[in-house]
Design a protein around this ligand. Structure first.
Ligand code: ZN
Length: 375
């Protein structure tokens, strides 16, 4: 059986990861690895982070009665809370929890739909609640094509992790996105009222588990912890990269850059925004991002080719000058003519290869592209 849960985020501690952790602790049967799946970031009525949870249960349909009671007593009551968001301009929806139970994993297509677009409800199985059933079912349908792990601990009261243990964890092979290299600020702890103490990302279960225990040794009291298998850093939300020749570039108010009137690079994107501003007409770029309301929101880009034309230089060192339209160029001093009116030189971008926004401005799903194993 496959159990899914989504959309229980609320101001008073109904974070979906914690609700799921408590559900797993109470289950009367054995279960597999808990899974945390991030879904399409633009989904309507999404909750903070848009994470859904799922797990394989080793039981038969007799679990339905137990789940029914657990739902009524512990989860359905979380409906209707407005979740806290750091993006205050974004419309907030009240949480609308959903739980699903399937005898077999739903078709894989439901996962791909829900990670790349606005998805709908999945038929079949046993379902409880409202909007959250979409993410719950999509999480059940995830086939783990690209995985990372995250160790999460939930706080008892205050949120505190010592900087010393964070450094130890940051230096472990296999952890990533622990600290923002530009600001030196830790990236493992969320802000706001959410009950998460920390979430530490890793490329294997063992590293996530070791890192979690290390962080717990330097944390304020917690009420529990668990390692989740995740689709974070999988890049699953983007089907493929695209290439384009730059035809126009507009820098608009606030420093956002619009390329070819269709690709938007936000000012918060740091080096990616700088690279966008550097572009010139005729540059060949490869890029990826999500389309939303007619614009592609840029998540990564690399320069394939950038050339600029300059006038040839004379042997004397002077720059050749045009003699008039269609008349060629010549040296203003020696009067020597050149056969070439223009020569092309290669422009070198300030950063070679793929460029992404800074660590704290990336999506949870964003693929790890940089050569730095820690980013
Ligand atoms: Zn000359």
């Amino acid at each position: 059986m496959w159990l899914g849960l989504d959309d229980t985020d609320s101001l008073d501690g109904g974070c979906t990861t914690l609700v799921f952790h408590e559900l797993l602790n109470s289950l009367p049967c054995e279960y597999g690895e808990p899974r945390l799946t991030r879904l399409w970031p633009f989904a309507a009525q999404r909750t903070r982070g848009n994470a859904a949870l799922s797990v394989e249960l080793f039981c038969d349909e007799s679990i339905v009665e137990w789940l029914d009671q657990y739902w009524n007593e512990n989860i359905s009551i979380l409906k209707g809370e407005i979740s806290e968001s750091q993006h205050s301009e974004r419309k907030q929806y009240p949480s609308d929890p959903g739980m699903t139970l399937f005898s077999e994993q739903p078709d894989e297509k439901y996962y791909w739909q829900a990670v790349r677009s606005q998805a709908g409800f999945v038929e079949g199985g046993y379902q409880w609640g409202g909007q959250g059933r979409i993410g719950a079912a999509a999480s059940c349908a995830w086939r783990e094509t690209s995985i990372t792990w995250e160790g999460i601990a939930w706080r008892k009261d205050e949120r505190h992790v010592s900087d010393e243990v964070l450094t130890n964890v940051e230096n472990m092979d296999g952890t990533f996105l622990c600290r923002d290299p530009r600001t030196n600020r830790g990236l493992i702890a969320p802000r706001g009222p959410c009950p998460v103490m920390f979430g530490v990302r890793a490329t294997s279960f063992d590293v996530a588990s070791t890192a979690t225990n290390e962080l717990l040794s330097g944390s304020a009291p917690t009420i529990g912890n668990r390692v989740f298998k995740t689709n974070q850093a999988s890049g699953d939300h983007i089907e493929s990269t695209k290439t384009s020749i730059v035809e126009s570039k507009d820098v608009i108010e606030g420093g956002h850059v619009i390329i070819n009137q269709s690709i938007i690079c936000f000012s918060e994107s740091g080096p990616l925004n700088k690279l966008s501003q550097w572009l010139e007409t005729g540059d060949l770029i490869e890029f990826m991002g999500l389309e939303y309301e007619g614009k592609l929101h840029l998540e990564a880009m690399r320069i394939i080719e950038s050339k600029s034309k300059i006038r040839p230089t004379c042997e004397c060192g002077s720059t050749m000058k045009s003699m008039g339209k269609g008349q060629g160029v010549r040296c203003p001093k020696c009067r020597i003519k050149s056969e070439l009116s223009w020569i092309e030189i290669e422009r070198k971008p300030m950063i070679e290869g793929w460029v992404q926004p800074p660590a704290d401005k990336r999506r949870h799903l964003a693929k790890r592209l940089a050569s730095d194993p820690k980013s």
